[in-house]
Design a protein around this ligand. Structure first.
Ligand code: DQQ
Length: 670
């Protein structure tokens, strides 16, 4: 990486761019041509065999090298020590256990089971935020905050991987190193913008030699390289320093830029003033010189530092809009990652491009005090517009909720949630819907269907699905409406997933749902469930929760219960989709209106020792469940060398064909 010339927007080629106390009463189960002649000028059979042999060896080497890139921690290699972060506090591990928390004797078998099969992760060391996601010349690029020296946050650089489908990944070398005074303490989060004529520019935060947060510009060194392997940083860097009144450590994570009606590029940077979270707005014509806009795009008092702000248009009529689009049918989403509680909040509102202001549709659910993308473990997310499939894609970081000691032993920490399409909910118009991108459906196999399973109050029914570590589960639940109507109205304390004892409690209308990663005697199990609360006026509210409290017998892991309310419209059945990928359980309720992601660390309910159950802990209502459950593929973690098999075989066949033709011609001539 080198520092080079400034961006020429017009001429990029000149610019270097979730026992006993489980509370359930278990019920019963429901040819190549042969060569005839050889002469002196023709390659002899041994030579051809030698060349083929060499090709075959290269093929094997390609496969091994490809696989080596994605292998998880070598069990016998010494574990890297914790390296003190250059600067504590920005993305350092936020899940901390009490110092005297008993540590579990984790075995290599348990730890290696935790590695995901179809969630993106680098395979080694620490990663956090997604950075600069973009579709460029036929490839989806994912950059990410990566600590290359250990499984802890520390000296951050930009890791890089590319994919044709955001499912199979090819890991590339580090895209941006800490090699300048203005980013020597970390190449932090940033975004990519595609300019006219497919020119690419990246804006990112650098932590300087004095730990000041500044903004920098970088470009692909070779814009014609679809893999974007090499990057150059602009000689004008840093292009932005904290403005007057903004703390030097409170100025980070530039968004993707978009065009204003005046033809300038506009972008947002997250910050705070005292306890008020703010989104600073900047205009630029050349990505080098910036004008700070008076006031800011938006602010919400009491929310603290806004990290990884994201701002994009949505419409009831479109599944995805490019970042600069505005108009009468267009709403704008403002999202910020709250440093104070480490959750991603969004709000839907109206953007006025002339005055550079955004106003929430409902100030009671403004950014940081209302809706969240995900009510589990999901932070520092970023969207991008996929111009190839005309959709908006959401990427996010899922952190570890075990001990740092265990992270180090395992050799890797954190991963990405599956990329989701994100769109305005056409049925409500007041919330977003998120759904795993359709490409993941291709990993499904061995469908098992369970039709109209009656779940009487207090029932627990095992589902025979085969292996249970990699599953895609779709379940619909129907309730006996008459029973729920007869119920008396709710009491004083409003329900919430975290505060009401999880899946083990028994109330009138819930909880009911699924247990995943459950061992035989249920000492370990992760319930994903609905709970229906009846309010004082008889109104029903539905909650979707994932309960980690009994997910592991180990004590040095998070045992929180996550979830929130989910809108259920008239005529809709209750539905949930659960992705199980080893230690990750990702849940989508009502088509993705409410999402919950959890990290679970079972010790016994792993490999062949886990099962899936349907359960109903409600006391007053029978629930009928219909489920479809698929096995999910891609156990070779992310991309393996097998991708080279096809091209190598084709090369081999072409080579033999050329030689055979050439030999025939010579034979015919002689
Ligand atoms: N992570 C980056 C920062 C960002 C934070 C540093 C959010 O740029 O604010 O690794 O997780």
């Amino acid at each position: 990486m080198s520092s080079e010339t400034t961006l020429d927007v017009e001429n990029p080629t000149n610019t270097p761019l979730l026992g006993s106390d489980h509370g359930y009463a278990p019920l019963l189960d429901a040819s190549l041509p042969s060569q005839t002649q050889e002469n002196d000028q023709q390659p002899s059979k041994p030579i051809l065999l030698l060349i083929s042999g060499l090709l075959a060896i290269s093929l094997v080497v390609a496969l091994i090298v490809g696989n080596l890139q994605i292998q998880t921690h070598d069990k016998d290699a010494p574990m890297p020590e914790r390296r003190d972060p250059i600067e504590q506090g920005v993305s350092d591990k936020s899940f901390r256990l009490p110092v005297d928390a008993p540590s579990f004797p984790w075995t290599n078998d348990m730890l290696s089971w935790q590695g995901p099969a179809f969630h993106f992760y680098p395979g080694k060391n620490w990663m956090n935020d997604p950075n600069g996601p973009v579709y460029y010349k036929g490839w989806y690029h994912l950059f990410y905050q990566y600590s290359p020296e250990a499984a802890v946050w520390g000296p951050i650089v930009w890791g890089h991987a590319v994919s044709k489908d955001m499912v199979h990944w090819r890991h590339l070398p580090i895209a941006m190193e800490r090699d300048q005074w203005y980013d020597v303490n970390g190449v932090w989060t940033g975004s990519a913008t595609i300019l006219p004529n497919n020119k690419l520019v990246v804006l990112y935060t650098g932590s300087t030699n004095e730990s000041v947060q500044v903004q920098n510009v970088a470009y692909p060194a070779n814009p014609s390289d679809p893999l974007l392997v090499s990057w150059v940083k602009d000689s004008a860097n840093p292009v932005l320093s904290p403005p007057h009144g903004i703390g030097y450590k409170d100025f980070r994570d530039p968004t993707t830029a978009w065009l204003t009606p005046q033809g300038k590029w506009r972008m947002v940077i997250g910050s705070k003033v005292n306890k008020t979270g703010i989104a600073l707005l900047y205009d630029t014509e050349d990505f080098i010189n910036y004008e700070l806009q008076i006031g800011w795009l938006h602010d919400v008092s009491g929310t603290g530092m806004w990290e990884c702000v994201d701002f994009y248009p949505v419409s009831k009529n479109e599944s995805g809009l490019d970042t600069g689009v505005y108009g009468p049918d267009v709403k704008h989403v403002l999202k910020a990652s709250m440093d104070d509680d480490r959750c991603d909040y969004y709000a839907i509102g109206t953007y006025n491009p002339v005055i550079g202001k955004w106003i929430p549709d409902d100030p009671k659910i403004d950014v940081g005090i209302g809706l969240r993308y995900d009510y589990g473990i999901y932070y520092a997310s970023k969207t991008f517009y996929d111009q190839h499939k005309k959709r908006r894609i959401l990427w996010s970081w899922i952190k570890e909720t075990d001990s740092e000691k265990t992270d180090i032993k395992r050799g890797w920490a954190s991963l990405m949630a599956v990329p989701r399409t994100v769109a305005l909910d056409p049925a409500t118009g007041s919330n977003l819907i998120q759904w795993p991108i359709e490409e993941f459906d291709k990993l499904r196999s061995n469908l098992k269907e369970f039709n109209e399973v009656r779940l009487e109050p207090g029932s627990l029914i095992p589902l025979n699905v085969g292996p249970t570590s990699q599953l895609d589960i779709l379940v619909e639940f129907e309730l006996d409406k008459k029973a729920s109507n007869k119920l008396s109205v709710g009491g004083g304390v409003p329900y919430n997933c975290a505060g009401h004892g999880g899946a083990g409690v028994r109330d009138a209308l819930g909880p009911f749902g699924l247990l995943v990663l459950a061992n035989k005697n249920l000492t370990e199990h992760t319930p994903a469930y609905f709970y229906i609360a009846k309010g004082k006026k008889g109104e029903l509210s539905t909650f979707f929760c994932i309960d980690q409290s009994r997910s592991s017998i180990a004590e040095d892991v998070d045992k929180s219960i996550y979830g929130s309310t989910v809108p259920v419209l008239k005529g809709e059945k209750l539905s949930m989709r659960i992705l199980v990928d080893h230690s990750i359980v990702e849940g989508y309720a009502q088509g993705g209106r409410t999402c919950v992601t959890s990290r679970v660390y079972p010790t016994e309910a792993i490999n062949g020792d886990a099962q899936v159950f349907l359960f109903n802990n409600a006391t007053n209502v029978t629930v009928v469940a219909t489920a479809k459950i698929w096995q999910m593929g891609l156990s070779s973690r992310n991309e393996s060398g097998w991708v080279w098999l096809g091209p190598s075989l084709i090369l081999l066949v072409v080579f033999w064909f050329v030689v055979w033709t050439w030999q025939n011609q010579r034979r015919n001539r002689s």
